[in-house]
Write a protein of this length. Structure first.
Length: 153
């Protein structure tokens, strides 16, 4: 799941940042977007299914393995993050599609889909957009004070 921020309030900020786009590191925008996506991560953790601890030793692993990952932006995006379950070795991300799409187990019993990631996105996307505007502005100011000559900023 990726977040693309495209609001009218941020267009003014984007025009202001266009001057410094060539010198502003992508890591500044990535870190601002990761900080602003934190409410979405917390919502996904709250909505993720919790297994039965008595039946499964890995119960709660989906909640523990949720994370925010910065990935390469596509097209004209400044930054992009993914909020989801890690697929690294030892993590349970490989079974997330079973939870979000539903499945039939070996006994023939159907387990309904619980798309907790989409629900978390729907609940928190406006909060993330608002947070991103504030975070990128404060990150840019901090970066500019540190890296730009004093006469230019």
């Amino acid at each position: 799941m990726s977040i693309k921020v495209n609001t009218s309030e941020l267009e003014k900020l984007a025009r202001g940042l266009e001057t410094y786009k060539s010198i502003l590191p992508r890591s500044v925008a990535d870190s601002a977007l990761k900080r602003s996506a934190r409410p979405m991560l917390l919502s996904a953790r709250r909505l993720a299914p919790q297994g039965d601890r008595l039946k499964d030793a890995r119960a709660g692993a989906t909640r523990r393995d949720l994370r925010i990952k910065a990935v390469r932006p596509v097209g004209d995006e400044n930054s992009r993050v993914l909020v989801g379950v890690s697929k690294s070795k030892g993590k349970v991300g490989r079974r997330t599609n079973l939870i979000t799409r539903g499945f039939t187990d070996r006994g023939g019993r159907f387990h309904r889909a619980r798309d907790f990631l989409k629900d978390a996105y729907d609940y928190t996307i406006e909060i993330v957009r608002d947070n991103y505007g504030r975070e990128v502005l404060s990150s840019f100011k901090k970066w500019a004070r540190k890296n730009l000559p004093k006469s230019r900023f």
